[in-house]
Write a protein that binds this ligand. Structure first.
Ligand SMILES: NC(=O)c1ccc[n+]([C@@H]2O[C@H](COP(=O)([O-])OP(=O)(O)OC[C@H]3O[C@@H](n4cnc5c(N)ncnc54)[C@H](O)[C@@H]3O)[C@@H](O)[C@H]2O)c1
Ligand SMILES: [Zn+2]
Length: 385
């Protein structure tokens, strides 16, 4: 036998900017994001916009055109922006990716061309996925416009769309070319979505950063009221913690069974599909966090004070701890529990769930006691709390 062990090491590097008014002519973030690595040539650029973002900021299309004109030494806008529906419904419609491919074929977009995607986490996931498979990957500059996308999904390495009622059934690991977080966009985001995005900050604080959790507690009233300064601190810290995890966990593409950043997510993903996305991702994550914290308490993994602190912070931020879908049963069994098997199936390997040992300290378990989970869920009912 002859065995050749092939080893390939690839470094990924992408800048993440935090700025305001990214498309103001004097702002150089987008210019740098697109052309920084090859400043001597012009770069073909095409923008995909979340329709809701474009509707809330009607100046956006013109601003992008004016921006490209101002920086025409390095940018060439190849066509008017394409507007696509944002929100989870877009991720459920596989025809949208095909539409993008048709347009990019017409424009002869190649692997050195740049797609700027401006929108919420759902559009970034969808258009990012479409871009990642075209010619095996266009350059993507993400411009996340929601709290969740700026703090979490938009700075990470994953994208995908839903199929067969399953979240992110199709998807790839595809680091972006660059990320431009523009705080101006947050001003038009609905209050509900501002709050929903904060769930991911609570999540990452709980497993990674007790000090951040204490800051969230101290800032909860301001955050719940949408106070801008606090919101920007939350986004920055949350994004940094995610970026640090991706850079240092040793498993950025999730080849192993552990997925600590998906704390609270096994139930969240199931609740999103069970409610046909009536619940926002962040809201479903909040319910999932409350559930797994309560379970950890009942299982003796964390103490009652810790679990209560989680529920209290979520509630103070205006996030839900309960949804009526939790009561949906197949016979006597709560349907949400199917989320455990689906979560394992998505990742492969052994079931691995992150639970809370203490604030800032997650621990992995490979089994969940369904009877205990049922009790934990029952405790979240508003009438029994
Ligand atoms: N890829 C990842 O690693 C990852 C991580 C976490 C979450 N996600 C995904 O992210 C998605 C959730 O993202 P989200 O919370 O941004 O929700 P979203 O993209 O559905 O946006 C919520 C709503 O707000 C609108 N919107 C977005 N920005 C706006 C703005 N500035 N002004 C006005 N309206 C605006 C959208 O059109 C949508 O209707 C889910 O699909 C989730 O699965 C992905
Ligand atoms: Zn999430």
């Amino acid at each position: 036998m002859h065995r050749h062990l092939q080893r390939v090491t690839v470094d990924f590097e992408y800048p993440v900017y935090f700025t305001r008014d990214a498309f103001a002519p004097a702002n150089t973030c987008v210019r740098e994001a697109v052309s920084g690595r090859e400043p001597q040539r012009r770069h073909r650029l095409f923008a995909v916009l979340d329709r809701n973002v474009a509707a809330a900021s009607p100046w956006l299309g013109e601003s992008i055109a004016a921006y490209a004109e101002q920086h025409r030494d390095v940018l060439e806008l190849v066509a008017d922006p394409l507007l696509l529906d944002g929100g989870e419904a877009a991720k459920n419609d596989t025809a949208v990716a095909a539409r993008l491919h048709t347009r990019w074929n017409e424009l002869a977009m190649d692997r050195q061309a740049v797609v700027a995607i401006v929108g919420g986490g759902a559009l970034l996931d969808l258009a990012g996925y479409a871009a990642a498979v075209l010619h095996r990957g266009l350059r993507v500059v993400r411009v996340p416009t929601s709290v969740l996308a700026q703090a979490d999904s938009g700075v990470g390495v994953k994208c995908g769309v839903n199929l067969f009622g399953k979240k992110n059934f199709l998807g790839v690991f595809a680091p972006p070319f660059a990320v431009v977080n523009d705080s101006r966009f947050l001003e038009t985001l609905a209050a509900r979505d501002v709050v929903a995005g904060m769930a991911e900050a609570v999540k990452v604080a709980l497993i990674r950063d007790a000090e951040f959790f204490r800051w969230l507690e101290a800032s909860a009233d301001g955050l719940a009221g949408g106070e801008r300064g606090s919101l920007e601190i939350l986004i920055r810290r949350c994004a940094e913690l995610h970026l640090r995890h991706i850079a240092t966990s040793g498993d950025p593409f999730e080849l192993g069974s552990a997925r600590p950043l998906d704390f609270g997510h096994w139930a969240a993903h199931k609740l999103e599909s069970m409610t046909r996305h009536r619940l926002r991702h962040g809201e479903a994550v909040a319910v999932g966090l409350a559930m797994d914290a309560t379970y950890a308490e009942l299982a003796g993994v964390c103490d009652a004070t810790t679990a209560a602190a989680v529920r209290t912070l979520l509630a103070r931020l205006g996030l839900p701890l309960w949804d009526e879908a939790l009561d949906t049963r197949n016979g006597s069994r709560r349907v949400v529990l199917d989320g455990l098997a689906e979560f394992r199936e998505h990742l492969g390997g052994e079931l691995t769930i992150t639970l809370l040992r203490a604030i800032g300290d997650g621990v992995e378990v490979h089994q969940m006691d369904e009877a205990l989970l049922d009790t934990a869920i029952g405790r979240l009912r508003p009438d029994t709390r």
